[in-house]
Design a protein around this ligand. Structure first.
Ligand code: SF4
Length: 225
C-alpha cells in the first residue's frame, strides 16, 4: 500500500445509492429509474470475495457500469458482453470460480480478487467526462486503500488506468497507459490492458490471447501460476 492511500476506510469506499456529486449522471440515473424501476440504477458497489476485503490481493478496475449491464444488475461486469471475457479469464487463473452466468444470483465467487469501476454510475454513451472521473476518484482511492494485502491492480482501458495512477499519487508521465505494461508503484504492480469491451474484441484491438497474457503476468506476480 502506498503512502498516498494510507488513510481510506471502508465507509468512504462505497458511495451512497443516491450519491449527488455528478449532476449529469444523477439526471441520467433518474431517467432510467423512471423507465426501468426494476433495474439497479445506482452507483454499482465493488464486487468482493466471500472472505472479505482482507483477502484481496488483486483488484480489477473497469471504466463504468454499462447501461444494460452492471447498471441493470448491480454487479460489475454482469449482464453485458464485457463480463464474458473477464470472468472466463479470471476463472482460468483461479481468481474466480466457473459459475458466471451474467446474473447476480449465478453463484459466481471471486478468490482473492475484487472488481470495481473508476466511475460508479452509468454515463450516457458509456463516456464519463473528466469532472466525473475526477469526482468519483475519491471512492476509487478509498477502495484501493481498504485492501491491506493488495499487491496487483489490473486497469482496463486508459480512463481506468489514468484514474488509478492518479489515485496512487503518481504522475501519468511516469506510468503511461500501454497494453500489457506493468508499472511498479510502491509495493503495488499496476498491469494495464485494453478494456475487454465488445468493441475492442470485435475490432481485434484486444484478442482473448492478449487478455490471457495480461492475467498470466498477474498470476506470476501473485505467485499463483
Ligand atoms: S459517478 Fe461516483 S461521484 Fe459521481 S454521482 Fe456516481 S457515485 Fe457519485
Amino acid at each position: 500500500m502506498t503512502d498516498a492511500l494510507s488513510s481510506g476506510g471502508d465507509a468512504e469506499a462505497e458511495p451512497d445509492r443516491d450519491c449527488p456529486l455528478c449532476p449529469r449522471l444523477v439526471e441520467f440515473r433518474e431517467i432510467w429509474r423512471e423507465r426501468e424501476p426494476g433495474w439497479h440504477n445506482a452507483p454499482v458497489p465493488s464486487f468482493l470475495p466471500a472472505d472479505g476485503p482482507d483477502a484481496v490481493r488483486l483488484l480489477v478496475v473497469g471504466l463504468a457500469p454499462g447501461l444494460r449491464g452492471a447498471n441493470r444488475t448491480g454487479r460489475p461486469f454482469t449482464g453485458d458482453y464485457a463480463g464474458d471475457l473477464l470472468y472466463a479469464t479470471l476463472s482460468r487463473f483461479g481468481f474466480a470460480n466457473d459459475r458466471f452466468d451474467a446474473r447476480p444470483d449465478d453463484g459466481l465467487e471471486l478468490n482473492g480478487t475484487a472488481i470495481t469501476n473508476a466511475v460508479r454510475c452509468v454515463p450516457p454513451e458509456n463516456k464519463p467526462v473528466g469532472a466525473e472521473i475526477n469526482t468519483c476518484r475519491s471512492f476509487l482511492s478509498a477502495t484501493i486503500a481498504r485492501f491491506a494485502k493488495l499487491h496487483v491492480v489490473v486497469t482496463l482501458g486508459k480512463i481506468a488506468h489514468d484514474s488509478t495512477i492518479r489515485a496512487l499519487g503518481t504522475r501519468l508521465a511516469d506510468a503511461p497507459f500501454r497494453h500489457a505494461a506493468v508499472a511498479e508503484i510502491g509495493d503495488l504492480s499496476v498491469v494495464s490492458s485494453y478494456h475487454c469491451s465488445r468493441y475492442n474484441t470485435n475490432t481485434g484491438r484486444l484478442t482473448e490471447e492478449m487478455f490471457v497474457d495480461v492475467f498470466r503476468k498477474v498470476a506470476e506476480r501473485l505467485g499463483t501460476n
